[in-house]
Design a protein around this ligand. Structure first.
Ligand SMILES: [Zn+2]
Length: 416
């Protein structure tokens, strides 16, 4: 069977930036290897979530043809699944961030911790907290963790608010849940609120967890050491995107009659891939961009012989956008070209195989947040003709009008 490599570069699309000569980072980046794929290519410029600015969960689901407005039951499900917490329907899966508050107001939305530090704090919480429910809390990377409430006196419900400022939970119908970055207007720390009567117990348990865990953090070795050194200290847990049931997504291998593998180091994306029935290759994100990309390029080479299709997720451009580092962003795109795209040019059979390069959403490096802009898509296959460039502008001008929404990309590609 012909091979397909589907690359999602997190937050790759952007707005024109003055200091880049009014080009976007994608447009500005030198992409010598990509021209090999542009020789036979189709472009598209679909919308992801209408007027809403998607988070990565919604963006990735849409890229892979699963409409988030139909299937999402909350990002927490995927996060906890990707962390290896094996959530079940009826349990409550929650994304947790370590941050800090001062006098009831937000101080740091994220406190970056080393792996040893976050694990020290989480051990401390797991060993010393007394709750009326059973739970598992597991460390992610940096400031991230996953929490699963296993069983309580009453059923759990995901109809609760987030206590993380800047993220608003929205519900669509009786099951669908998504959350959106709303920007931080109010810095006061609020309790988690039930949005329906059935969620009162859940909100109560979550607030108890936040209160007790935040007190325990202050007794940890990490907290005391960082305080002594004058480093930022985490003293509060921000919870968001809780999910109370399996989204039960259709198996992608059956849907498209292909055997899929996923290459990503991020728990969210691992969780989405696992939900779809992809074989998730075991790996972690590496802090050095080049090393991380080299490892992923190696992995693609290895799995291509065993699978028909590979979903490859690359995180760095989104992280740089959130930090406002547009130079690092275009440099990361150039590294993707040099390391990943060049490797794929060697590995893929240009007569038969297909390469897709796109992103889950646009992230503005100027405003440091996700946008509701359309996303650029490159589909390279022998059936198509030449395009001169891959950029937001080129895609908006020359894009295939049949691919209107991000969920249209995959059916188009799988029918080639
Ligand atoms: Zn993203």
């Amino acid at each position: 069977m012909n091979k397909t490599v589907f690359i999602i570069v997190d937050g790759m699309a952007d707005l024109p930036i003055k200091r880049l000569g009014n080009k976007t980072p994608l447009d500005y980046a030198i992409k010598n290897n990509l021209y090999n794929f542009l020789k036979y290519s189709e472009l598209a410029y679909p919308n992801v979530l209408g007027k809403l600015a998607p988070q990565s969960d919604a963006g990735v689901m849409a890229n892979l043809s699963y409409d988030p407005l139909v299937y999402s039951t909350g990002r927490g499900w995927f996060e906890c699944l990707g962390l290896g917490l094996a959530p079940k329907s009826g349990e409550l899966s929650v994304r947790v961030n370590f941050g800090s508050v001062s006098k009831g107001k937000l101080k740091d939305i994220r406190v970056y911790l080393s792996q040893d530090e976050i694990e020290d704090i989480i051990n401390e919480i797991n060993n010393n907290i007394h709750l009326s429910v059973s739970f598992d809390l597991k460390a992610g990377v940096g400031y991230r963790a996953g929490l699963v409430l296993r069983s309580g006196k009453m059923p759990f419900s995901h109809f609760v608010s987030n206590n993380e400022p800047g993220y608003t939970a929205r519900f669509f119908g009786s099951k669908v849940k998504l959350s959106f970055a709303s920007g931080i207007k109010d810095f006061r720390i609020k309790k988690i609120k039930p949005m329906k009567n059935e969620a009162r117990y859940t909100a109560e348990v979550l607030n108890e967890f936040v209160y007790k865990a935040s007190e325990i953090i202050k007794k940890s070795k990490t907290y005391k050491t960082r305080l002594k050194k004058g480093m930022p200290v985490p003293n509060y847990l921000f919870l968001r995107d809780s999910s109370d049931h399996d989204p039960e997504l259709e198996n992608i291998n059956k849907k498209y009659n292909r055997k899929w593998a996923a290459i990503t180091g991020m728990p969210l994306e691992k969780g989405i891939a696992e939900s779809l029935g992809m074989s998730v290759i075991k790996m972690e994100e590496l802090p050095n961009v080049e090393e991380d990309l080299r490892k992923k390029a190696d992995q693609v080479g290895k799995v291509l012989s065993k699978f028909d299709a590979v979903y490859l997720h690359i995180k760095q451009p989104d992280s740089f956008s959130h930090l406002g580092k547009f130079i690092d962003k275009y440099a990361a795109i150039e590294k993707i070209d040099r390391i990943i795209i060049s490797k794929l040019y060697k590995e893929l059979d240009s007569k038969n195989d297909t390469l897709v390069l796109t992103c889950d959403h646009a992230t503005s490096s100027e405003f440091k947040r996700h946008l509701n802009s359309n996303i650029p898509v490159l589909i390279s296959n022998r059936k198509f003709d030449y395009h001169h460039n891959f950029s937001e502008f080129a895609c908006s001008k020359e894009g295939n009008k049949k691919i209107k929404k991000a969920i249209d990309i995959m059916p188009f590609v799988m029918n080639l």
